[in-house]
Design a protein. Structure first.
Length: 254
């Protein structure tokens, strides 16, 4: 029952966001309300179950909650941006799939930086500070993409791609560590599963929100304006993720 209700809730919430530009306000509110209602049913079911899918007490861990919220928002921003960038390059600029892939190849720098640079920074500054640095770099990378035009050269886009690759390298790995740090060994799998679900849910929400903004603005004006407006989704999401992570850096009074 728990798996069914939470799956239905996620589907309805994503659908409500994605269809916001197509449905009327009533339909959007109704879909989102139904999704939230299923979340409530899930929580009640899990609380009463003798063998819950998710033991709700695990959410008493503040680092776990922060990691999941930051992961959801970071993933939404990351995948939302990639969707916007691919549409911009292929639909507006007419680039081929190969050209677009090569243009975004620099984001893959995280494959080199994550195992080499990130561990050294974590050893020196700790996971929370490295995560925050990665999220702030993500915000910067999305903001740098705002001046795009119909004739923007790739050299002007490159800083966004390489900085985003660095941001992913700094944020992703440490988030997975923080999400499971301090959790009982018997619930390590649960904690990891929660974070993975947060990443996937965030990716779906980011894509849905970006699509909704692009469709809504494109119907009313210039397609380029639609892509620029949609960049608000990754910028705001990454900024919120940074704010969530920064809250964990505050020192508790003695």
């Amino acid at each position: 029952m728990g798996a069914v209700t939470i799956t239905g809730a996620i589907m309805l919430l994503v659908l409500g966001v994605e269809r916001a530009s197509h449905m009327g306000a009533g339909g959007t509110v109704g879909t989102l309300t139904a999704g939230l209602a299923l979340v409530a049913v899930f929580l009640v079911t899990e609380r009463r179950s003798a063998a819950p899918l998710v033991r709700l007490g695990i959410f008493r861990s503040a680092p776990l909650v922060r990691a999941n919220l930051a992961g959801l928002l970071f993933s939404g921003a990351f995948f939302g941006f990639q969707f916007i960038a691919v549409l911009y390059l292929q639909e507006l600029r007419g680039w081929t799939s190969l050209q677009t892939s090569l243009a975004m190849l620099a984001i893959g720098a995280d494959a080199v930086l994550a195992p080499t640079l990130t561990p050294r920074l974590v050893d020196r500054f700790g996971n929370p500070k490295v995560i925050l640095a990665g999220l702030l770099l993500a915000v910067l990378s999305y903001v740098l993409f705002l001046p795009i035009g119909t004739d923007t050269v790739y050299l002007a886009m490159f800083p966004t791609m390489i900085i985003l690759g660095l941001a992913f390298a700094l944020a992703y790995g440490p988030l997975t560590i923080v999400a499971t740090d301090g959790v009982d060994e018997s619930e390590q799998g649960l904690a990891g599963g929660l974070l993975y679900t947060s990443f996937q849910f965030g990716a779906a929400l980011g894509l849905a929100a970006s699509t909704a903004v692009i469709v809504a603005v494109a119907d009313a004006g210039d397609p380029l304006d639609a892509y620029r407006a949609a960049l608000a989704v990754p910028i705001v999401a990454a900024a919120l993720a940074a704010a969530v992570s920064a809250s964990g850096l505050r020192k508790r009074p003695a």
